[in-house]
Design a protein around this ligand. Structure first.
Ligand code: GCO
Length: 445
């Protein structure tokens, strides 16, 4: 099975890539990496399926050359990865683990030697555990700690990156992890969540300034979006859907691009934000060069009448679902690309920095048939093309992910890779979708 699309259906400079993150693939046990909040979270019973951790993960720390050959041989232009704060600064501040910096240095040279353009993201969730003891994202000082980390990383790597982002998915770092408690550090507290939301953006602005001062260009931020659809058409449900959309989709965009938070979110969170939070918008609004959009699914939002903010719930929707239980809704990607362009970032290139699905991929006679992944990518690429046809400067698309990997609280159960990983032997086997991507990118017609 192949894509019906061709590379020539896309603008000449459109880049195809794949995305990964440090903790999900590297192996946190190797190379003097410090303990992160995820190592801690995984040790608490009930947090992660089967109590799995990422001490070894895909052992990308040692097998990166083989992995980059897979990126190159698929014909992909770009590779998006992240740098682990805990690997580079095990205490979060001060002392640098040189072996950690050396590792990312090798990665960069390995990518460049293969003609793959490197896209780095500073933070994909490995908060060094010692910073938890200081309050982690709840402590305003984290903006300085993070800016210092950015400086250490980028003094070493910044000259060879094609693009750099500060954060991956602030909603997950703040709301999912501090209000819903689903990800490390597993907190459920509205004040912690509100402060984390704001401090992440402050850290984003400070680190962006640091990178600019180092002379770096092509700086962005990667936000995630989920299309919020009302489960019914009652007024209560429509209002609940608005609040869901505000927290998930408009809060972080608002901070960065409008230097303001949405009123419907402030109605519930302002009392929990730091005093004089508005004074930080000058830093938070530091200009960026591109916007990264991560998109996977939609949610069917219900109203709840607990009387407590945010006053929403969710229910299962009718569309076909991935093994994450996520409905497949490519229309949502089209929506966010056109809407973010129109309402927030009219002058900036937009990249789809993550999109993909988990499936029940099995090796049968050495082959992995994953037609559902090919169909999913095709449908979402069609959504990208529609947005481009309407004038939205979408300039690239990164598939999540290169390898099956550690899917956070869901352990190794969910397979998102173009390449299958056997977690007993660590053997890599390209899936049918990897071959289809290769065919798509080779087609010069
Ligand atoms: C994310 C993530 C990945 C997840 C993916 C699937 O940025 O949410 O970058 O870490 O694996 O989203 O849940």
């Amino acid at each position: 099975m192949n894509f019906s699309l061709k590379r020539s259906d896309f603008p000449p400079n459109f880049r195809f890539g794949t995305a990964t993150s440090a903790y999900q693939i590297e192996g946190s046990r190797f190379g003097g990496c410090g303990e992160s909040q995820w190592d801690v979270f995984a040790q608490t019973p009930g947090n992660v399926v089967r109590g799995e951790n990422a001490a070894v993960a895909c052992d990308h720390y040692h097998r990166w050359a083989e992995d980059f050959d897979l990126v190159k041989n698929a014909g992909l232009d770009s590779y998006r990865f992240s740098t682990s704060w805990a690997r580079i600064m095990p205490q979060g501040r001060g002392q640098v683990n040189q072996a950690g910096l050396d590792f990312y240095d090798r990665l960069l040279d390995g990518l460049l030697a293969r003609g793959i353009s490197p896209w780095a993201c500073l933070y994909h969730w490995e908060l060094p555990a010692p910073l938890l003891d200081l309050g982690g994202w709840r402590n305003r000082d984290i903006a300085h700690w993070f800016a210092d980390f950015a400086e250490v990383v980028m003094r070493r790597l910044g000259d060879r990156l094609d693009a750099a982002a500060t954060f991956n998915e602030p909603w997950c770092i703040a709301w999912f992890s501090h209000f819903m408690g689903q990800h490390a550090p597993g907190v459920r507290d509205i004040r912690a969540a509100a402060r984390a939301m704001h401090h992440i953006l402050l850290a984003h602005g400070q680190a962006t300034r640091v990178m600019r001062d180092l002379g770096m260009a092509n700086l962005g931020v990667v936000l995630n979006f989920e299309r919020a659809l009302p489960a019914d058409d009652s007024v209560e449900c429509l209002q609940a859907t608005q609040r869901y959309d505000g927290i998930y989709n408009r809060f972080f965009l608002g901070g960065v691009f409008k230097q303001a938070y949405p009123q419907d979110v402030l109605a519930g969170l302002e009392a929990h934000l730091p005093q004089n939070y508005q004074d930080d918008f000058a830093v938070i609004g530091e200009p960026v060069d591109w916007l990264g959009v991560n998109y996977y699914t939609c949610k069917r939002v219900t109203a709840d009448n607990s009387g407590l903010f945010p006053g929403y719930g969710e229910q299962t929707g009718p569309l076909p679902k991935t093994t994450m239980g996520w409905e497949i809704y490519p229309e949502g990607l089209y929506h966010f690309l056109t809407w973010a362009h129109r309402e927030y970032a009219p002058n900036l290139p937009i990249y789809v920095t993550e999109n993909g699905l988990s499936a029940d991929d099995r090796v049968v006679a050495g082959q992995i048939a994953d037609p559902q992944r090919i169909a999913f990518i095709e449908q979402h690429l069609q959504a990208v093309l529609r947005a481009i046809a309407e004038g939205v400067p979408v300039q690239g698309y990164f598939i999540w992910s290169l390898l099956d990997n550690y899917e956070w609280a869901l352990g190794y159960d969910k397979r998102f890779g173009l390449v299958h990983v056997d977690f007993d032997t660590l053997q890599r086997t390209p899936k049918q979708s990897w071959h289809a991507v290769r065919a798509l990118l080779q087609d010069a017609s």
